[in-house]
Design a protein around this ligand. Sequence first.
Ligand SMILES: C[S@@+](CC[C@H](N)C(=O)[O-])C[C@H]1O[C@@H](n2cnc3c(N)ncnc32)[C@H](O)[C@@H]1O
Length: 286
Amino acid sequence: MSVHAHAGSLELPCRRRESNVDWDVSAYLHEYYSRVEPTEKLTLKFLLRTLEQLPAPRRALEFGAGPTLHHALALCGRAREIHVADLRSANLRAIDLWRSNYSTAHDWSRFTREILHLEDAGVANDVAVGRREALLRRRLTGVLPADARCVHPLGADCAGYDLVSSFFCADSATSSLQEWLDFMRNIVSLVAPGGTLVVGALCRCKRWRVGGKQHPSPCIDERHMQFAFDLAGFDRCSHVIEVAAVPDQASNGFESILLASARGPRATWPRNRPAVVTLTGEAAGR
Ligand SMILES: C[S@@+](CC[C@H](N)C(=O)[O-])C[C@H]1O[C@@H](n2cnc3c(N)ncnc32)[C@H](O)[C@@H]1O
């Protein structure tokens, strides 16, 4: 078991500063994860569909998990070992609470039931839900501090994962397109050669809300995602980039999301990567 971090001893591998000041775990879980919103149904369907088309990943990473476990609950139906990573220690503590079965931990059973339903198209009973959650508690062997701003978000000795999923992370942390692209490069570096990246992102969003606070987003769309995938050297015929409407989220600052996956990145992005002017000009048509 390789548990690299526990509450109280969380240290970022590249020692960038993290801040929990503008982040309210309870508000986030309450507003987005009290019930299975259409946005999450869409992300789970997309993730499960991607997983179905792959050989079972040996090691999977859910990057920028926040305090959430629904994607890990979906991953653990196929992946033998799962790590989750995030910048904020408050998020990692929430995950550790759930893993340790604390009574105050967030209840993910609605999401577990939905995942089992999507996998089997049947109604999952409480026993099946409990079984899946117990499976994740066994397979979740790493709860890791990470920073997508660093060239090595998990430290220089990270071996890479067969599958990396990252939902609403890089696009939720900055208003700068160039920074978003740098975050994407660093996240892609965690995918082992030949591995798979699955990403969800807010589409054409400048600000999103939680707990009465606004957070920046770089207003990306499918062309930006295509641009990032090309830079990463993902096999073009493996690219899947979809835009899904989520009109119920308009009051939170977005009305659609990007769901994307690709396979087989090259070892490194080109050093002389195109500047943001290329991204906003030629590639994005802006
Ligand atoms: C909008 S939340 C998404 C959480 C979860 N993936 C979900 O789908 O609900 C964005 C997450 O990205 C994390 N994050 C922001 N900047 C980060 C960085 N530089 N490195 C790693 N995680 C970061 C935040 O801590 C937060 O948990």
